[in-house]
Design a binder for this molecule. Structure first.
Ligand code: SF4
Length: 315
């Protein structure tokens, strides 16, 4: 697989583009995740030719009609930024990004809870940065996060799982489009989908079962929407436990009573939050290889992203 292309706010890569000439380097994003992705760096304020250093700015108004105002000289930069952002998102279409990591709190790059100042100079945290808002409206199903949310292990796991899943989907679309390729893709992703959304699992199963009644193009379109929607819903210990127990059912014949008891105990300890997900998944993977279980061997759920990122190691 080629490297995954991800958009990112430039200051998170350590580029000295902030209003004060500094940066906000995030080492996990640059060094660890950077091993697996190719970043497309975007600094709205620099690309809008506001220079470095520059006057700081903030959002004013109400959440539905925001203004971008410089804090000292009170220049209104809204139209300039909006026009640039509308052109920039069209250019970004060519990059086929699998997601975007925004800088939190920024009046241009923040994706949520950005401060909006009212006449009394009291901020409320309800804003979306100008560029981030235009980006998310243009690419509504694309995975997006900010660096602060990515410090949460659950959010991080979910975001990285989604960008790898989207990349695999894009690779399938690059191949000759056939119904067989789609069915194969769906088969491999079934348990991953189930871990995110049992409802989408049902809907996608029905879509695949009734596929012959719609054109392949429409089938791909509907499938993509459901696939991305499903992965946007977070996994939980309860949903993962359901998947783990489902997988255990494939070894009814092979496992001894003692092995079944041990596996059930490991799954239960995971459900109760005593051990991380990687433990039952590793034990099941061991049985998958030992007993050569072909359906489970193909399941992306067992290996959705590189082990080195240690994403399933949290409790
Ligand atoms: S937060 Fe956004 S606009 Fe500000 S320096 Fe970083 S990339 Fe540039």
């Amino acid at each position: 697989m080629e490297k995954i292309k991800l958009g990112i706010s430039s200051c998170l890569l350590g580029e000295n583009v902030r209003y004060d000439g500094g940066h906000k380097l995030d080492r996990f994003l640059k060094n660890t995740l950077g091993e697996y992705v190719e970043y497309v760096s975007v600094c709205p304020e620099v690309e809008c030719r506001l220079g470095v250093p520059r006057e700081s700015m903030h959002l004013e108004g109400d959440p539905d009609s925001l203004c971008l105002i410089t804090t000292r000289t009170r220049q209104d930069m809204t139209q300039r930024m909006v026009k640039w952002a509308q052109r920039r998102v069209i250019k970004l279409e060519k990059d086929a990004l699998c997601g975007f990591i925004f800088k939190s709190d920024s009046p241009n790059s923040g994706m949520e809870r950005v401060k909006i100042y009212n006449k009394n100079k009291k901020p409320i945290k309800k804003g979306v940065g100008i560029f981030a808002g235009i980006f998310m409206a243009h690419f509504p199903l694309l995975p997006v996060e900010d660096e602060r949310r990515l410090h949460d292990p659950v959010m991080r796991d979910n975001f990285i799982e989604r960008i790898f899943a989207l990349k695999r989907w894009r690779e399938i679309l690059k191949k000759k489009e056939t119904r067989g390729n789609l069915v194969d893709f769906h088969t491999k992703h079934k348990l991953l989908i189930l871990a995110h959304s049992p409802r989408h699992y049902q809907m996608m199963g029905k879509l695949i079962a009734g596929q012959k009644s719609i054109s392949l193009q429409e089938l791909n379109r509907q499938y993509q929407t459901l696939f991305l929607e499903s992965l946007d819903l977070k996994t939980t210990p309860k949903k993962n436990t359901n998947v783990l127990q489902h997988m255990m059912g494939y070894f009814k014949e092979q496992l001894s009573i003692g092995e079944k008891k041990e596996l059930l105990e490991v799954i239960n300890h995971y459900r109760l939050g005593y051990i991380p997900l990687v433990v039952p998944v590793t034990l099941i993977s061991h049985y998958v290889h030992k007993y050569d279980q072909p359906y489970l061997r193909g399941q992306v759920y067992l290996n959705p992203h590189p082990l080195e990122l240690q994403l399933r190691n949290h409790v």
